[in-house]
Design a protein around this ligand. Sequence first.
Ligand SMILES: [Zn+2]
Length: 428
Amino acid sequence: MRAGFSFEVLAVDSATSARVGLLRTPHGDVETPVFCPVGTAATVKSVSVDELEATGATLCLANTYHLMLRPGADRMERLGGLHQFMQWPRPLMTDSGGFQAFSLGLAREHGVSKIGGVFPEEPSQAKKSGPTARKGTDKGKLATVDDDGVTFRSFIDGSMHRLNPEISIGLQQKLGADLIVAFDECTSPLSDHEYTREAMERTHRWAVRSLQAHPPDRPQALMGIVQGGAYEDLRRASTRYIASLPFDAFCVGGSLGKNKSEMHQVLDWSVPDLPTDRFRHLLGIGDVDDMFESVQRGIDSFDCVLPTRFARHGNLLLTPPLGRPANRFRLNVWNARHAEDPSPVDPSCGCPLCTRYSRAYLRHLFQAQELLGIRLASVHNLWFMQDLMRKMRASIRTATFASLKAEWFEPEAHGRPRSGPQSDCGPA
Ligand SMILES: [Zn+2]
């Protein structure tokens, strides 16, 4: 990696590909596997940076798409860059902006809420082929792709904007995060093989242009991004090609398939061909089961909006024994059963919510639409994620990753009943 950065694998689980690593950056060290809270608009929603640091977060991701539109990369640069602006002293990552620029257009076209991290429920109702937004004939399209880049409409005011490799890298240089990502084209899980191949080849050409726009003397680490949808030949080809380029680290991105088993396959086709001595990030994944499956396959890092989004809806993440696959590791605080429950959300959690307040109080805050409820719930869910990653790192170091996974997913094998006093907890 370039000056100021290094990545070292410190321990590998003997039974799986799970590994503990240390990423060093100019803004501090990151132990991996790590969960990166998402600060979409230079803030992790409803949480102060002090609260965020207290959860144990070491690496955060911000979205170039949102920041280029508001407040703008030039203004951010004049104000000292993203670290200074949002007062986050630790390592930061930005994405290329491509995911949102493409997904906002494609999601509308394919009738899915989002691509990549969220799997459409009814693909039969959506188009099977690739995007038709490319020709720009429909004025209602939110994104028009060509071989140079993408033109898209702002979700804020409908104004037209352009992203290509040089523009994306230039924006990310101004934002100033420690880790930045090459510009790529995201396809939908519903795009066919032909279109996914075409988009992958475009992504490969854009990878070279991203590298040229960010020479080795620049101070930020540049991450390459593997595409290829959920097609084995394309994923393998994309991984081999991207891994052959002089990137400092790598992301597995784009469409990860229509369901969880396809996502695990995509990882099986890509991760083994990534260089073992580089940091590997999986974009947009944050479900508990997906994180276990991905760490087991050698992924070092994740980002996802789910913990804070769950929190805003009153869904609190739970550690075993309260959290189980049956309740999807969640408690729904709106449930009437919690109205007079003096116990904490999770007695095993050390967060400010669980160490001080009751379920009854949190439920009251949500019912009264008091902002403190969302804030405490967000801190709790972020705390849960960091605690889970700490447990994973410890288990990899002691060669007990498989038993940690069994503790979470096979509770009966650990002498714990599948249902108990907390069986009303979920799913959300
Ligand atoms: Zn808690």
